[in-house]
Ligand binder design. Structure first.
Ligand SMILES: Cc1ncc(COP(=O)(O)O)c(C=O)c1O
Length: 476
């Protein structure tokens, strides 16, 4: 009996063909469809074969062209920017009051222009389609509202998520996915499963303020590792930290469209990061909240893709891409699945079934991919318009990121400006922004501002940006 899995047998078969020269460097590799036909295998097996060969460094995917054979020694080297800036360990412990001030301000009725949100405008979400799917789901099963849902969530949705993850080169199994109340609950569960109060958890710096709040609420110490808009977390700085005396129990990274920097880690960096964490026995928690908003035809790889030792906990969300009100997220916790399932059950039980079924029904159709493609295109235009207006209205010396997707721009003002002062003054004028102060426990980003581009560009937004520019002039 064969104990080697089918995909590996096939990968070995192709490796032999490459070694013997039957398949030559530069030659096109059989398409997934052809492999499925030729070997009578499933889609997932064919995809796994390609993934295995990519990992061996002998296969290269070229956009819109297919897979090609390549020399193993042409595998790109990781991008490591040196020397790393020092890690700021003057970690603030205790509640992050500034975040609460900013979040509360967002709920004021007097807000006229919200440039702080990472969500898209409601007009960009497929709300009518989802409403129809909800009505159909309820008609099909009127007992949805009285049946107790399963802790892990609806299998139909978990199957779709696992299949979609394959395209992003992450091999998740539906049985080991837990549907959560957004990525927020997924991250909470991941941290609770692998840490104890008092442990140190590394994060990128700057990072999404919600992560800092979660760490704070679980009595975990946030240790910030510098990151850049170019390639994300600085691997040298991280390595130094992991080799140092302080035990780092877990690391949370947003590899694709980091919030707030918009960085995308190159594949080689992703691979090296996964290896580093495995070597130092640091659990890697991947936050893929924005992966589907990357402006490319082919999904980018996830950290989970490079994970050989089941050391990556994958967390994601549909709140930015599909329907913020449904609060759907998920976690694939690998070897910690059972503990995460238990924690989910004790914390909040299963998520409500109706929204999961409605979303699954939509995601099953080709319209979902079409919708995402359109959304990415619209966001690209909105980011560009916003970026141009910032350049027009903000003081000379202002830098703006140019992310390859998503809804966020990170604006770096000359250091003499105060983002918090701007925040308070803008609030009086009914404009909401996210000051850089809340993206770190250190004072490193006091002159930075995060601007959301989720709303269609309009004269009202142009006016708001001009008003911000005017307030900054008064500061300068
Ligand atoms: C990077 C990142 N992770 C997690 C979250 C929380 O996501 P959710 O709304 O799905 O809980 C956000 C929300 O802005 C985010 O930007």
């Amino acid at each position: 009996m064969h104990t080697t899995p089918l995909y590996r047998q096939l990968a070995n078969h192709y490796l032999d063909a490459i070694r013997s020269g039957t398949l030559k460097t530069g030659e096109r590799f059989p398409s997934i469809r052809l492999m499925m036909e030729k070997h009578a295998v499933s889609l997932s097996t064919a995809v796994q074969v390609c993934r295995e060969l990519e990992d061996c460094g002998v296969l290269e995917a070229r956009p819109r062209s297919g897979n090609y054979i390549r020399q193993p020694d042409t595998v790109p080297k990781p991008v490591v920017t040196a020397p790393p800036p020092p890690i700021d360990n003057s970690v603030y412990l205790g509640l992050h009051p500034q975040v609460s001030v900013v979040l509360k301000a967002g709920q004021r009725a007097t807000i006229k222009v919200n440039l702080a949100t990472a969500y898209c405008a409601p007009s960009l979400y497929p709300l009518k389609i989802l409403q129809d799917h909800m009505i159909k789901a309820l008609r099909r099963d009127p007992h949805l509202l009285d049946a107790e849902g399963s802790t892990c969530g609806q299998l139909t949705l978990r199957n779709i998520l696992a299949r979609r993850a394959l395209a992003a080169k992450a091999n998740l199994t539906a049985e080991k996915i837990v549907i959560t109340n957004g990525a927020t609950e997924a991250l909470n569960l991941a941290l609770r499963a692998v840490t104890q109060p008092g442990d140190s958890v590394a994060v990128e710096s700057p990072t999404f303020y919600g992560l800092l709040q979660i760490l704070d609420s679980l009595n975990l110490r946030a240790v910030e590792v510098p990151a850049t808009a170019h390639s994300g977390i600085n691997l040298l700085a991280l390595e130094q930290l992991l080799q140092g005396p302080q035990r780092i129990q877990a690391l949370i990274v947003i590899p694709n469209l980091q919030n707030p920097l918009g960085s995308i880690m190159p594949d080689a960096n992703k691979a090296r990061l996964v290896q580093l964490c495995a070597r130092h026995d640091t659990v890697l928690i991947e936050d893929d909240t924005y992966g589907d908003l990357v402006d490319t035809e082919k999904p980018l790889s996830t950290l989970k893709h490079w994970d050989r030792g089941d050391n990556v906990m994958y967390c994601a969300s549909l709140n930015k891409t599909l329907a913020p009100g449904m609060r759907l997220g998920w976690i694939s916790a690998g070897k910690w699945h059972d503990r995460v399932e238990m924690l989910k059950h004790t914390q909040s039980r299963g998520c409500e079934a109706l929204s999961q079924l409605a979303v699954a029904a939509f995601m099953k159709t080709p319209s979902y991919e079409r919708y995402l493609r359109r959304l990415r295109k619209v966001l690209t235009q909105q980011r560009q318009q916003m970026s141009e207006a910032i350049t027009r209205h903000f003081p000379p010396g202002t830098g703006v990121t140019d992310p390859r997707g998503g809804t966020l721009l990170w604006v770096e003002l000359p250091p003499r400006y105060s983002a918090m002062t701007l925040f308070h003054e803008a609030l009086k004028a009914g404009i909401l922004i996210s000051p850089g102060d809340i993206f770190s426990n250190s004072p490193r980003f006091k002159h930075c501002v995060r601007i959301g581009c989720g709303a269609p560009y309009s004269p009202k937004i142009e006016e708001a940006l001009a008003a911000l520019g005017h307030l900054l002039k008064n500061q300068g």
